[in-house]
Design a protein. Structure first.
Length: 179
């Protein structure tokens, strides 16, 4: 009742709200230009959630290429997602991820989607697992404070194999946990 959220595209005017949520709820902070740059390059992979016109969450992604022997893959990289603490466990994070995934696939032809997450970040890891992400492995000391990351991925096109995942992302992790 008036508390329903909606997901829409990020617009440049949203940058202050988005940066605030980033600063308050994540230890990884970015300068304003980084938000603008990602939006300029991949506008359909940068989404916000709002409630009564107030931004309560965002997801920002970019698309990278992996040049394999036989083919080139488009990798959707979820750079950052956060939801205001007061609005969690309402499905907003899931909705942001689901919509971003849809656009990464349909607008940018992504074959797979990946992200890094702190090994201690249970809420986020649970969200990703629920959405079908699997662990590729650990990236040692990925964060400034020395914490390790899990690299998690999800294949979103039928012509992409686990072997492709290892070829394109395996070098980022200490040891792949597949096979
Ligand atoms: N404990 C356990 N499981 C959880 C939790 C939690 N605290 N939060 C979410 N989940 C799992 C549950 O399975 C949940 O489904 P359920 O509520 O039906 O049980 C599912 O995720 C979906 O939850 P949502 O309500 O959609 O998620 P929410 O809107 O709360 O946002 C998020 C999740 C974005 C991880 C939020 O907790 C957050 O902003 N955390 C701080 C910032 C952060 O850690 N971002 C991720 C960093 S990694 C990266 O950016 C790539
Ligand atoms: Zn990343």
């Amino acid at each position: 009742m008036g508390e329903d959220f909606r997901v829409r595209y990020f617009q440049p005017e949203d940058v202050v709200s988005v940066q605030r949520i980033n600063q308050v709820f994540l230890p990884e902070h970015y300068p304003i230009y980084f938000f603008h740059e990602n939006h300029r390059r991949f506008p359909k992979a940068f989404l916000v959630a709002e409630i009564n016109g107030r931004i309560v969450g965002y997801v920002m992604c970019r698309v990278e290429k992996a040049f394999l022997w036989r083919k080139t893959l488009n990798l959707g990289h979820v750079l950052s997602i956060a939801v205001d603490k007061n609005y969690r466990r309402k499905g907003i994070g899931k909705a942001l991820m689901t919509e971003a995934e849809r656009n990464l696939r349909s607008e940018y032809g992504c074959n797979l989607i990946y992200l890094e997450v702190r090994v201690s970040n249970e809420p986020a890891i649970n969200l990703y697992r629920k959405l079908g992400y699997r662990r590729l492995g650990v990236i040692p000391r990925y964060y400034h404070d020395g914490e390790d990351a899990y690299l998690m991925f999800k294949i979103v096109s039928p012509d992409t194999s686990e072997r492709d995942v290892i070829e394109s992302l395996g070098n980022k992790v200490r040891e792949t946990e597949l096979f």
